[in-house]
Design a binder for this molecule. Structure first.
Ligand SMILES: N[C@@H](CCC(=O)N[C@@H](CS)C(=O)NCC(=O)O)C(=O)O
Length: 227
């Protein structure tokens, strides 16, 4: 029997965008062929697929290339019929979900990078940037999340879903920049929600370490029942 090869998923374990896309694949029950790469040593075969050369990238067997983690999440959930109900929040209020994702990937991610990697940036005048000012910008977003979580158990509503999984890897990164400062903030709902995620099976299932992809190695199947 002719076996269709699973879609190819280019990944980097510690990338938050790749993490959330891997979680959507896991929740969808689909299987992909995972190719773990190093961002400082990208294989030519990876660069050839997407000129953006960012992870994650998904190559479908009809030649379609998805090189945005948001698109990969929606692809996995739509293709599988969303067995875990991640899209319930989206069906309820598309605009609110899109506005949240835009805010997360735009201003919050910028603030996260400039806080965490402040020494890599300069102002237009060439002066060092104030990383703590960016921490304060990110903190307003986190404080709003804490308020939402005071009202309902998850950002997505009564059950965990897209808004939670799409954002948690970035919030984890924000915490890692200064764990004691983060843990001292008055964000009890946010802190508990993040802690539950960090100790969840979902998170550990997508943080398994894989050997780096090599041209002639057999495919590494990733997805429910494969990890
Ligand atoms: N908008 C993209 C962003 C992906 C992205 O920036 N990934 C980072 C790693 S976390 C990357 O590949 N950077 C390229 C590099 O470091 O060379 C998405 O959502 O997939």
């Amino acid at each position: 029997m002719h076996q269709i090869a699973p879609p190819i998923f280019w990944s980097f374990r510690r990338c938050p965008y790749a993490m959330r896309a891997r979680m959507a694949v896991m929740a969808s029950g689909l299987t992909v062929g995972l190719r773990e790469i190093l961002l400082r040593d990208k294989p030519a075969a990876f660069r050839a697929v997407s000129s953006k050369a960012t992870v994650p990238v998904l190559e479908l067997d009809d030649g379609i290339i998805l090189d945005e983690s948001r698109d990969i999440m929606f692809w996995a959930l739509d293709t599988s019929g969303d067995p875990a109900g991640w899209l319930e929040c989206y069906h309820r209020d598309k605009q609110a979900v899109i506005a949240f994702l835009d805010q997360l990937e735009g201003p919050f991610k910028t603030a996260l990078d400039k806080y965490k990697y402040a020494t890599r940036y300069r102002t237009e005048e060439g002066a060092p940037i104030d990383g703590l000012a960016y921490r304060a910008v990110g903190a307003t977003f986190l404080s709003d999340i804490n308020i939402s979580l005071a009202r309902q158990p998850f950002l997505s509503g009564a059950a965990i879903g897209l808004m939670d999984y799409a954002s948690l890897p970035f919030i984890r990164q924000f915490r890692i920049a200064d764990e004691s400062w983060f843990d001292e903030q008055e964000w009890p709902f946010l802190q508990a929600w993040l802690q539950d995620f960090l100790t969840s099976e979902m998170f550990s299932s997508v943080m398994v370490k894989y050997a780096l992809w090599q041209e002639d190695a057999p495919p590494v199947l990733f997805g429910r029942g494969q990890a």
